[in-house]
Design a protein around this ligand. Structure first.
Ligand SMILES: Cc1cc2nc3c(=O)[nH]c(=O)nc-3n(C[C@H](O)[C@H](O)[C@H](O)COP(=O)(O)O)c2cc1C
Length: 296
């Protein structure tokens, strides 16, 4: 996650038994290299890099991923075709984030290793015609033979059990980890998510680049502009540059983009990453027992 997943968070997640991902979309190539090296010093466990393919430093970041021998790349926001061949030739695991069955099938045709199936509940950038995780996971699981990693709305073990029941093999957890001790997000961002209720987020800026945000003065202005028929150029002008960084990294929770998922309403503390992983696993086991009891 941009502005959130630096080496500290990725290392903490990998050390706790998950697969930590570095969010390269907010890192210049040499910053990414430095994070990869620090991450390697902090853990011997497996980790990966996430790279939004529309990012202007994408090619140079892929070079860094290959040079630094990162074993796993998660790509998003763009066509994976452009990088699939390079990653396969280098023997790397390539996973791509999709929000529709057709996109998952394309990943399979390209020979990718897995897909992240991201529902419209998810925090951050999103699909223009979003489908909920509940509907998307089983449709993608039925349509492809690839492992499916469910994302969007998963912050505890109940949701993890549900995602696996729907056909996923793993889960990707976003907003919950954005609000933990090792996340590099600003304190004010974390507090905004903790304070958020079940109806706090909105999918804004759909004609430009749909993004799920916690409602604040900027998000409400963007919504108003959209509803009153603002053109794409007008919306781009309203968005300007650097609002994600402003809210997430610098703490401007009035005028920045507070990227966070619908599950924010369930998040009410700022634990360490390992506690989140432990709670996920305990909650998952509890859910399985509950389901088991219900079936007798
Ligand atoms: C602050 C923030 C930044 C994110 N940045 C990225 C990113 O750079 N690349 C990406 O593929 N997904 C990004 N995401 C999406 C997450 O990787 C994940 O798929 C999503 O948050 C899952 O939904 P959840 O928020 O309901 O857990 C981001 C999400 C958040 C909340």
């Amino acid at each position: 996650m941009i502005w959130v997943s630096g080496w500290r968070l990725a290392a903490a997640v990998s050390e706790a038994g998950g697969l930590g991902l570095l969010g390269a979309g907010s890192m210049k190539p040499e910053v990414l290299r430095a994070h990869i090296r620090k991450l390697r010093q902090a853990t011997t466990k497996a980790f990966g890099v996430n790279l939004p393919l529309l990012y202007k430093h994408m090619d140079a970041c892929i070079d860094v991923v290959l040079e630094e021998e990162v074993p796993i790349l998660f790509s998003s926001a763009g066509s994976p075709a452009a990088v699939a061949e390079r990653l396969r030739a280098a023997g790397r695991i390539h996973v791509h984030v999709v929000a529709a069955v057709r996109q998952a099938q394309k990943c399979e045709d390209l020979g990718l290793d897995a897909v992240v199936c991201e529902g419209v509940e998810a925090g951050g950038h999103n699909a223009p015609q979003g489908t909920t995780s509940l509907c998307l996971i089983p449709q993608i699981a039925d349509a492809v033979d690839l492992p499916v990693i469910a994302a969007g709305g998963i912050a505890d073990g109940r949701a993890m059990a549900a995602a696996l029941a729907l056909g996923a093999q793993a889960v990707q957890v976003g907003t919950r980890f954005a609000v933990c001790a090792e996340s590099s997000a600003h304190k004010a961002y974390k507090q905004a998510v903790v304070a958020a209720g079940d109806r706090a987020t909105v999918l804004a800026l759909s004609p430009v680049t749909p993004v799920r945000l916690i409602k604040n003065p900027f998000a409400l202005r963007a919504l108003d502009a959209e509803r009153s028929g603002a053109s794409v150029d007008e919306l781009r002008a309203l968005l300007g540059h650097g609002r994600g960084r402003a809210a997430i990294f610098c703490g401007d929770v009035r005028e920045g983009e507070i990227e966070a998922g619908q599950i924010s309403g369930l998040i009410d503390d700022v634990p360490k990453a390992h506690e989140i992983v432990e709670r996920l696993m305990e909650g998952y086991q509890r859910s399985l027992s509950t389901l088991n009891q219900l079936s007798h």
